[in-house]
Structure formats: C-alpha cells, structure tokens
Design a protein around this ligand. Structure first.
Ligand SMILES: [Zn+2]
Length: 444
C-alpha cells in the first residue's frame, strides 16, 4: 500500500467516527414525514435530484401526483434514470439506499425498485426512524434548521435547533407582494399584510415596521434561534447599498401600485442593513445563500458573494457565514474569508453538488483560510438525503486531508484536528452553542 492509501485508510476510519454539528438543514418535521407517504418517488421529489430529472427533460408537471401510487411514480421517473444516474445528487441517494436499505444491486431497474420503495415506506413509518438515521447512522449531534414556516420554533430539539429566516422582512414596501416558488409551483403572499397576520402587530407607520423587525428578532432568540439566514440571492442581486431611513419611509408610505422596482430594491437595501445590525444586537451569526441556486430559471450572477463586500467592512461586529462554497465562485470566497475576520465559509450542499468540486475547493481553502472559519451542513429535507450527504462529506475530507498529509503539508494529527473543526467544533464555536445551550432549556 502506498503512503497516500495508508493515510487515507487511517484518516477515513477516524473521520467516520467524528460526531457532526451540522450548520444547515431543511429536515422535514417528524410528524410531517410520519403523516405523508414517503416512497421512492417522494424521496426523489423532495431531494435535489429532481432538478436533474427536469434538466434531463422530465416535465415539471410530472412531479405533481394527484394520488399516492408508487407504480405510477415509477412509470414517470424510470425513463429518465439512465440520463441522471451519473450525477452526484443521484449517486449520493444510492449510497444512502445501500447503507440504510440493504440495496445491493448496482442500479435501479424495473425488477428491484418496488422492494426498495416498500422498504422506504415502511422505514418512514417507524417512530425511531429519524433517531436511527440522524443519530445512530449519521452521528449528527445537532443540526441548524432553516424552515420557512413559523412553526420552526416548535421543532423537536432532539434533532434540530431553529434558525431565523429573515427574508419576509424585506417585502414591507407593499401591502401585498406575490412571489412564485418555481420548484413547488406555488404563489406565496408576502408584504405587510402577511407580516401583520403572522406577528399580530399594527403596521401603520414606518416606526411600526422597525418595531416589528425588532420583535421578530426578539421572538426568535427567545425561542432558541442560533442564527439568522437570508436566501435573498434567489430573488435579487446581493448588493445592498446604503439607503437612508427617510427614503425607506417615503417608499413605505406610497400606495402599492406606485412603488417602482428600483424603490422596492432601495427599501430592501435599507432593511437589510437594519437586519445586519439586529444580528449584531442579538448575537446571531448571519447565514447568506451565495452561489448556485436550486431549481430553474435563476440568475446566477445575483448570488455572487462579492456583492456583499460592503456589508463586510461596514459591519465588522457581524458574523457573515457564506453558504454553499459560493459554487462556482469558490476562489473569490477563499479571498473574502481570508481578508475579512467576520467572514466564515460554509460548504454545506457542496459535496452533494459535486465531490470533485468540494475536494478541489477544500484543497484550496485549507491552503488559504484559517481552519477555524470553515463549516459544513447537509441542506436536505429527507433524512435519507442527509445521510447520503454525510457519507460523501466524510469521504471528501478523508481524500483531501490524506493528500495533504502525503504531500507533506502537515501530519495526520493536524489533519484530524482540521476534520474535527470542519465537521463539528467550528459550528459549536461560531454559533456559540455551548453558551446558548446553557442559557436556555433546550433538549440538546
Ligand atoms: Zn438550504
């Protein structure tokens, strides 16, 4: 065995045993997954691989099932499997099927899909399924949970702690803003009416609005939120220019129909600066979606982390966590995290997008960025997908670190210290979880 292999074997074994603190998930509430029929089709529908099926020509409407019928589901997806089975999203799920469902065949086909689908269905009815997959198999101590519904604070703390999703606060420039969720084919109602309904506060003046922003942060921290998160990059450019409060107030007071797109952006710019200030006041690291957006028809250039640059130097006390390794802008991210003490780099989702890219980027980031500033998360809804991703990230780390050890960059002890930092310790430190756990009666 050559030295690279030797290092890889040893490091793999140790990395597989590291408990994980997972900086980002969308895991479905346990009661929801118990209530719904989770079969093979549903797993594909609620994981990233669906995007690959659509990209390979499967009509989006074919994902809408009027009634639960595993056979019908298989008829719809099976013609496309040979087109997508090379992608990392797909391979990662296959890895999870092997480990969780004893799926031993090389590929899915007409003869074996049904047994797998039945096993998925039966397992997801098990009371202990989440515990088995997340705790026993994936060895995840805690996941930071981003969900878009207000119930996020009621989530079962055995698995997840909540993150405050701030984007609805950006739409206060109008009473009603209709936004399309392309992947789910839904129209969502944003704006002051929705905020008023959710938070039960009057919004007659701009001062009322500022008070609501504060209330949202206070409620979140009182309910155990450990971070704030924005996915603004799905809807607009990440450049938030300084806009005075009087200008935002003027826009706030205009009738909906008279607010121009430029004014809507200016209002959002002003509120985003206020939100950053609130993250400092409430001591919440601020997670930003950057880079590749999931789904169809998004504008990649909007999501470039370089647009956020003015926030980094305007707010040195804020902690900015840039998500997804900003794929494909990993090189720029490396410079930002190196240059700014308040910029952290989270490569959640990245090993799932591509282990090759994750390895390439990590090799570079470990040369350039302090090891204390890197973290990982899963970014999945189904626990099977989380587990498939955990298998991938452990392998990615073992590969990158063993190569660095074989090249003589550092020894195995430093490599293991880095692995523990990236998979666990940094998340505890960056989000101050030890103190937050002590301060509040949380179950984790
Ligand atoms: Zn996410």
């Amino acid at each position: 065995m050559n030295s690279l292999n030797k290092h890889f074997q040893r490091l793999s074994q140790e990395i597989d045993a590291i408990p994980i603190a997972d900086a980002h998930e969308h895991i479905m509430e346990r009661c929801e997954s118990l209530a719904r029929e989770v079969d093979l089709f549903d797993l594909f529908d609620r994981t990233y691989v669906k995007g690959d099926f659509v990209s390979a020509g499967m009509p989006v409407d074919d994902w809408v099932r009027e009634e639960f019928d595993p056979e019908e589901g298989w008829r719809r997806i099976s013609p496309y499997i040979h087109r997508v089975r090379n992608t990392s999203y797909y391979r990662s799920l296959m890895g999870a099927f092997r480990e969780l469902y004893d799926f031993t065949d090389d590929e899915l086909n007409d003869a074996n899909w049904r047994e797998l689908s039945d096993r998925i269905q039966a397992a997801n009815k098990r009371e202990d399924w989440y515990h088995h997959v997340l705790k026993e198999k994936a060895r995840i101590e805690v996941s930071l949970l981003h969900r878009t519904d207000p119930d996020v604070y009621g989530t079962e703390r055995e698995f997840c702690v909540p993150v405050l999703w701030v984007d609805p606060l950006l739409y206060g420039y109008a009473n009603l803003v209709l936004l399309e969720r392309k992947v789910q084919r839904q129209i969502l109602r944003y704006g002051r009416e929705a905020l008023q309904k959710e938070h039960g506060l009057p919004l007659n003046s701009f001062d009322d609005y500022l008070a609501l922003v504060d209330r949202v942060f206070r409620t979140a921290t009182e309910n155990g939120a450990v971070a704030a998160k924005s996915v603004a990059a799905y809807r607009r450019i990440l450049l938030f220019e300084p806009v005075g409060r009087s200008e935002a107030e003027r826009i706030f007071l205009k009738p909906d129909s008279e607010v121009t797109p430029a004014e809507a952006k200016a209002f959002q710019d002003c509120i985003m600066h206020l939100i950053v200030q609130k993250t400092i006041q409430y001591e919440l690291p601020f997670q930003f979606h950057t880079g590749l957006q999931h789904g169809f028809g998004n504008v990649l250039a909007n999501s470039h982390a370089l647009h956020l640059n003015n926030l980094f130097f305007t707010y040195p006390e804020a902690k900015f966590v840039l998500f997804h390794g900003s794929y494909p802008f990993g090189g720029e991210l490396s410079v930002l995290a190196k240059t700014y003490a308040n910029v952290y780099l989270d490569f959640n989702w990245l090993p799932l997008v591509s282990p090759a890219v994750a390895e390439r980027n990590l090799a570079e980031w470990l040369d350039t960025v302090p090891g204390s500033k890197l973290e990982w998360g899963g970014d999945c809804q189904h626990v099977e997908a989380v587990y498939g991703h955990v298998l991938q990230v452990r392998r990615v780390l073992a590969r990158v670190l063993s190569e660095k050890v074989a090249r003589g960059d550092f020894d195995e002890e430093v490599a293991m210290d880095l692995a523990r930092k990236l998979l666990r310790d940094n998340v505890w430190e960056i989000y101050n979880l030890e103190q937050k756990r002590g301060d509040r009666t949380l179950d984790w």
